[in-house]
Write a protein that binds this ligand. Structure first.
Ligand code: NAD
Length: 261
């Protein structure tokens, strides 16, 4: 129970990678503040399941990560109810795939807001509490697309490169404290975000879902296996450990060899 007594905030934790990270943190005893777009009944079910399974206090907030005021209210609410934030995982993210000249301006603005600016807002409001306790872990879910590009993902690639830049700046500003800030850069993880891309590929190329999945993997990920949310969760736990105390401003790729090529 490495994280007993710690309060962990995970944005976008009702699904996919965020949910895997929230579960890993709770397994180590952290109280997890869940967030995401989920109807109230399902959200309450998820929150209650966490409390039953992990025996830690768990909250849920539907704060919309594209809305700075909702982010501020959520973080301030946690500081009021729990008195501290120790671990902040900026995970919420969306994707949209289109050539840059066809890219809708609304989609561009949403991706920048949710995948990049939300991390600025959560850090801005949480850092004073970490500084007061002289301990903290900020972990930003970037992507291999924070380090290299793919065609038709202009907003996502721009946001994720920006998120790695933000990670480095915050790491430098906290370098003489026990607060660290790092980024994790996954390759393909089979979550609803990626399933949507598999569905679109199958439709566009008139191939089966299985074939689309294999094509997606073969194109970029040499292992030809998906990364799992659990593997990312365990990496978050490692970054929370004392072994990672001097890891500052890094971008850790977990990508089945994508970036080795
Ligand atoms: P997902 O679609 O399974 O989950 C996204 C989560 O974000 C959900 O909980 C959703 O409710 C939440 N969310 C979306 N918009 C929100 C908003 N406006 N406000 C609050 N919450 C919101 O996606 P995922 O694949 O688990 O992705 C999680 C993160 O990992 C994203 O930042 C994504 O870019 C990144 N990532 C994913 C992959 C992958 O292959 N799946 C690879 C690299 C990086």
């Amino acid at each position: 129970m490495l994280l007993k007594g710690k309060v962990a905030v995970v944005t976008g934790s009702t699904s996919g990678i965020g949910l895997g990270i929230a579960r890993s943190l709770a397994k180590q005893g952290a109280s997890v503040m869940l967030n995401g777009l989920l109807d109230p009944a399902q959200a309450e079910k998820l929150r209650a399941e966490f409390e039953t399974e992990f025996k830690t206090s768990t909250t849920f907030s539907p704060a919309d990560m594209s809305k700075p005021q909702e982010i501020q209210n959520w973080i301030e609410g946690i500081l009021k109810s729990h008195g501290r934030i120790d671990i902040l995982v900026n995970n919420a993210g969306i994707q949209h795939v289109a050539p840059v000249e066809d890219f809708s301006i609304d989609k561009w603005n949403s991706i920048l807001a949710i995948n990049l600016s939300s991390a600025f807002h959560t850090i801005h409001h949480s850092l004073p509490s970490m500084k007061k306790n002289n301990w903290g872990r900020i972990i930003n879910l970037a992507s291999v697309h924070g380090l290299v590009a793919s065609a038709n993902k202009s907003a996502y690639v721009a946001a994720k490169h920006g998120l790695i830049g933000l990670t480095k700046a915050v790491a430098l500003e906290t370098a003489t404290t026990n607060i660290t800030c790092n980024a994790i850069c996954p390759g393909w993880v089979l979550t609803p975000l990626v399933q949507a891309q598999i569905d679109n590929l199958a439709k566009a190329q008139n191939i089966s879902l299985e074939e689309a999945k294999n094509r997606l993997l073969s194109e970029k990920q040499p292992s030809k296996e998906f990364v799992s949310s659990e593997q990312i969760g365990e990496t978050v736990n490692f970054l929370c450990s004392s072994a990672a105390q001097q890891m500052r401003g890094t971008a850790i790729n977990i990508d089945g060899g994508w970036l080795a090529q």
